[in-house]
Design a binder for this molecule. Structure first.
Ligand SMILES: C[S@@+](CC[C@H](N)C(=O)[O-])C[C@H]1O[C@@H](n2cnc3c(N)ncnc32)[C@H](O)[C@@H]1O
Length: 332
């Protein structure tokens, strides 16, 4: 039962209830049992306004803008050919975009952290490319997007997901795939995901899920942010979205296994109920990208983060081999 529920493409609606004690309780449409009860204990959060449910000690070496910039300086060379086929297939992409309801070619859509345009290629199957904007902080990733024929008519911009250069109430859809894990302050990015669509517009954030297996969890937490499902729901709900839903996704050969985490593990959507900015108030940005950094500290963080990322090149290969040798009726 459990594994069939976890297979990619299953719709999991997480329902948030606010009982009188004020502690949000998350439950699913599958069992209507609480998934977790978020602690309201106060932690001193150093760099990012993560959920209070998450320990703050994990280093997440690449979850910062400068490290992410350099990470993609190199990864952009192999991203489409080596990284995506292992973690983010066309089939997964199309399933993940389905809750974004790209049901009209005239929709105005922004793809945030659009990178090489892999997800944008899924968007322009439904929407006129003239109506699609790609924004990313990496010029190297965007250079790859610019080379793609179906994206030639899209608007392609450099910019920061936490500070989008668009007016409020401008788009019909906000899409961001595989980028939230690098944002130093994901709640700030989700607040932007609320601000830029029009009333009734949908924001769709596709991203990783946190591993439960100890070794995978160790490397995941060294590398970047692998949010828990409840954290996505919390960020969307706090930003003001209504009708917040999670759809689980994953490569076919994982057979629904989620214990190693997934780099693209869920598609989270919310509907903007009112026009204007998000009611959520946040302080100033936590990360000042213009501040000079100690180059040795930076280099050490970058190397450790990149080594941790290498573990996640091996996991899909391991799962692929398991899928080939373990009979289909057995769990893997
Ligand atoms: C894993 S890639 C995903 C690319 C694309 N969305 C896809 O589906 O293939 C992550 C992208 O997020 C971008 N990124 C990371 N932090 C960002 C930020 N703060 N603002 C904008 N883009 C960011 C990176 O440059 C990179 O291109």
């Amino acid at each position: 039962m459990a594994s069939s529920l976890l297979n990619g493409g299953e719709n999991l609606n997480l329902i948030v209830r606010f009982p009188p004690n004020g502690h949000p309780i998350f439950s699913s449409n599958l069992h209507n049992k609480p998934i977790t009860k978020l602690s309201t204990r106060k932690f001193s959060v150093p760099r990012c306004s993560l959920s209070a449910s998450r320990p703050v000690s994990q280093p997440r070496f690449i979850q910062h803008k400068q490290e992410a910039f350099w990470f993609y300086r190199f990864l952009s060379l192999v991203y489409d050919h080596i990284i995506n086929p292992a973690h983010w297939t066309e089939e997964m992409r199309d399933e993940a975009l389905e809750p974004a309801k790209l049901d009209n070619p005239n929709l105005k859509v922004v793809d945030v952290g659009g990178g090489t345009g892999f997800t944008t290629l899924g968007i322009v199957k439904h929407v006129d490319p003239e109506n699609v904007t790609i924004i990313d902080q990496s010029p190297h990733q965007l250079a790859k997007a610019r080379e793609k024929e179906p994206l030639k008519k899209c608007t392609i911009l450099e910019g920061d997901a936490e500070d989008l250069p668009f007016p409020t109430d401008y788009f019909n859809r906000y899409v961001s795939a595989g980028s939230i894990e690098y944002w130093p302050d994901p709640q700030r990015g989700i607040k932007q995901a609320y601000r830029v669509p029009r009333i009734g517009g949908i924001a769709c954030v596709i991203g990783p899920v946190h591993p439960t297996f100890w070794l995978s969890r160790f490397f995941a937490d060294l590398w970047m942010l692998f949010p828990k499902e409840e954290e996505y729901i919390e960020w969307f709900t706090k930003a003001g979205f209504k009708d917040v839903k999670i759809k689980r996704i994953g490569p076919k050969w994982y057979r629904g296994v989620r214990r190693h985490g997934l780099i693209m593990g869920c598609s989270v959507t919310g509907v903007k109920p009112y026009s204007g900015d998000s009611p959520l108030q946040l302080g100033p940005k936590t990360e000042d990208v213009k501040k000079p950094v100690n180059r040795w500290v930076f280099l050490t963080r970058f190397i450790l983060g990149t080594l941790a990322a290498a573990y996640f090149v091996l996991v899909p290969i391991y799962m692929w081999i398991k899928d080939k040798i373990v009979p289909k009726s057995w769990p893997i």
